[in-house]
Design a protein around this ligand. Sequence first.
Ligand code: PRX
Length: 653
Amino acid sequence: MSTQHTAKQIFRPNKDLSRNAAIKNMCEYHDLQEWAEEDYEGFWGTHAKEKLNWNQPFTKVLDESKFPFVRWFEGGKLNVSTQCIDRHLIIRKNKAAIIFEGDRGDQQIITYLQLSYNVNKFANLLKNRFNVKKGDRVVIYMPMIPESAYAMLACARIGAIHSVVFGGFSSKALRERIMDADAKIVITADGAFRKGKPYMLKPVVDEALAGTTPVDKVLVIQRNNEDIEWVEGRDYSYNEVIEQESSICEPEIMDAEDPLFLLYTSGSTGKPKGVQHNQAGYILWAQMTMEWVFDVKENDTYWCTADIGWITGHTYIVYGPLAIGATTVMFEGVPTYPDAGRAWKMIEEYKINQFYTAPTAIRVLHKVGEDEPKKYDLSSLKILGTVGEPIDPSAWMWYYETVGNSKCSIVDTYWQTETGGHIISPLPGATPIKPGCATFALPGIMAEILDDAGERVPAEEKGFMCVTRPWPAMVRGIWRDEERFIKAYFSDVKKDGKPVYFTGDGAMYDDDGYITITGRTDDVINVSGHRLGTAEIEAAIQKYDNVAEVAVVGKPDKIKGEGVFAYIVLKSDSGVADELEEFKTINDIIKQEIGNIAICENIVFVPGLPKTRSGKIMRRILRSLAKGEAIVQDISTLEDPSVVATISELIGQ
Ligand code: PRX
């Protein structure tokens, strides 16, 4: 399917979907959006009162007096684990809360009552045995198993702040996050299974904790039962100690604005940032977007393939689905193992109604088995979601036609770690959709594409994707770094002279006002939906003592969206003895410093980098060279213009 063929096509929602959807048509959408525009606090206050169970009602909806440090639902008190568990126990105690499928096909179904039992015990364990108190930080370095969700909810129950670190990060990356968060304990597993084989996590934790750290206890969940080292007095086996705890743990009553979790994410500069989300606003929006965007009905089964180490796993595997009392599927493995039909087989077996994955996964599944979905009964599907990176129209069309049998709504959800939940997305029963388009801002979200001067850009012109008013699930801060928070999000774009939240992404309206996200405008790259800072990768490569200078850019990749492309100047006296050997050494360093997700596919050893006379590296030129584009910029002002032709030649070779 060619891009030109599909780009302007419009697909209207299936009538069956519209009839019962949370938002049924565009009139309802516009009414909601108008309500929010005319009475912002009324809109949010009403939803917050209706959707959440408050222990104490809030007295003020929004306090912007210290913008961008805003406060929502002030005076309100609640507990997030109660929203996700306790309030469902009256009518849903025996409903499946989590359906777990292991890599090797093992299965567990956890009802809301069992979830309550497990989370309460876990919460008591943290509180009683490990003395974890409200406000303490707990790092969770875990595979995709139900205990990860128990750990997150147990923290929420006792008011501890969790910081989940993706299990693919290296010991150094884990240590950096433990130190920055000043964590008291680490929850991990011996390891887990991937593609039929065991892999390990505990040894990574051991390495991360070598030397002095604030961590004094490590809780280890047994999953793959491989041999691990044990540090007496520090390490505890969950499976041995959990049974001693009571299954009743009174929830800590939290202020609406107490922190709920930190999640580290990459920015364009420096070390990863500890994005902070707070209690009420986050859970409210997780719940509202679950209802609006996935339109989950009482008997539906919903599957999001993300990892809990990323925000998608937080909001759309754990908090959002459980807040609405849904059945959420958790999958330990990869959708292509043991064969190209694994994902489709699971959809058939569990009768999945909403399937949510990343464009990279869709492209891989398309590549490994174009007609594979047709071998399975996928008729339960109603909504197909995508997230994390732009989806190209051809992947979109395959998803729509072959997976969804041209009957499902595709929700191309645009959002970020910092937005807490979706901000731009089609509504499955209402929005006519176009391939590759995130469409419109959700009701209550004041999103606008602005230019340098803070004016709304005309159709077909690129601008900055901004949100002009704070929303409840907005990032509340970068952990212990107020200045960086302001600089990272509120310094680049102003509207009517006032700073607005800038996402870091470029975007464009079409003639119908549809929004297409065009990608990052900063030095952040998106590899398989994983957000990586080029500065972080450069810092890792710099650790190699044979490297004099390095610049990393993203290179478009048919499957992964982008790949990592590094230009490296080696120290002159050593030169490039063996390129393959150097390539391997550099990638080993990246694996150690960050993890496998950041490895470079392309490394070019160059004699110098294109720099201005003041020494600034011209990344735009390097991006164009990586793409194989002709250089149209004026290069005469470069310190050494000849370097551009040399690099171009080296890439050609
Ligand atoms: O560039 C955008 C891209 O992913 C970035 C956010 O990454 P992260 O914080 O890791 O969260 C990923 C999951 C929400 C954004 O700045 N992105 C996310 N969704 C889309 C997208 N780009 C295009 N279309 C999307 N639907």
